[in-house]
Design a protein. Structure first.
Length: 254
């Protein structure tokens, strides 16, 4: 059986607790307070809004985590703390964190391991920059990011991990990858996962596409065999558009 799709909203630095609460109530109401049969829906708000989400029918996600359990690490949040707030998923290695906050492949690896230890599912983000694509280096770049992120990582179940292919040039730019560009990269990611975890597990790990996904372009992307869902930034802030993406995916057979 094919795995469930994932539709994940990355709110970035948007929506404080009050707005998050009202969005989540609206979302749950539209979902009839129940999960969608073939789609896992995730909302990843800022840390301060995690406990404001009323998550009926969707999962709570975090946007980042620190790898130590506790200690003198001012400003950081541990995986155990996220777990206590109900987080089931956590994004790691988002290109904005790599770009603005000095995230490295090594810290992505530490974070991934800390999440798994605390039974939170990492959504590991990988993706090349525009100049790397122009130089034909995109597959090497992504293979390397993925193998570094998953160094020494063990999973028991394909649901324990998701990977998001997010070409940096597509994030927040309106320049969505073509379905074929995304599919080709997802195929590369799948092959890397097969080498790492074996065919049975790797075949069921969800690989999401992210980068300027909207309600108009989702159909073409999700048509592709290797695209198991979407990580959505800007458009996930708009409930109607987010619901429309969920609807178009949920109508597909799984
Ligand atoms: C993201 O930041 O993960 C993302 C995909 O953003 P956007 O959908 O706005 O391009």
């Amino acid at each position: 059986m094919k795995p469930k799709y994932i539709v994940a909203g990355n709110w970035k630095l948007n929506k404080g607790p009050a707005e998050a609460r009202s969005f989540s109530e609206g979302l749950s109401k539209h979902l009839g307070n129940a999960p969608v049969k073939n789609v896992d829906i995730i909302i990843a708000p800022p840390f301060v809004s995690l406990s404001a989400l009323k998550a009926d029918g969707f999962f709570i996600g975090a946007q980042d985590v620190y790898w130590e359990d506790k200690g003198a690490f001012t400003g950081e949040v541990s995986a155990a703390m996220l777990k206590e707030l109900g987080a089931a998923y956590c994004i790691v290695g988002h290109s904005e964190r790599r770009m603005y906050f000095h995230e490295t492949d090594r810290t992505v690896n530490l974070k991934t391991a800390a999440l798994l230890k605390n039974r939170i599912r990492p959504i590991v983000c990988v993706g090349e920059r525009s100049e790397e694509r122009k130089a034909g280096q995109m597959y090497n770049v992504v293979r390397f990011q993925l193998s570094a992120a998953l160094f020494d990582v063990q999973i028991e179940n394909p649901d324990d991990l998701a990977v998001a292919y997010e070409p940096v040039w597509a994030i927040g730019t309106g320049n969505v990858a073509t379905p074929q560009q995304a599919e080709d990269m997802h195929e590369i990611i799948r092959q890397s996962l097969e080498k790492r975890f074996g065919i049975d597990i790797a075949g069921k790990i969800r690989i999401l596409y992210g980068g300027s996904v909207n309600d108009a372009n989702i159909a073409g992307l999700i048509d592709k065999e290797q695209i198991n869902g979407a990580l959505i930034g800007g458009v996930s802030l708009d409930l109607d558009k987010f619901l429309s993406i969920i609807n178009s995916i949920s109508q597909r057979e799984r």
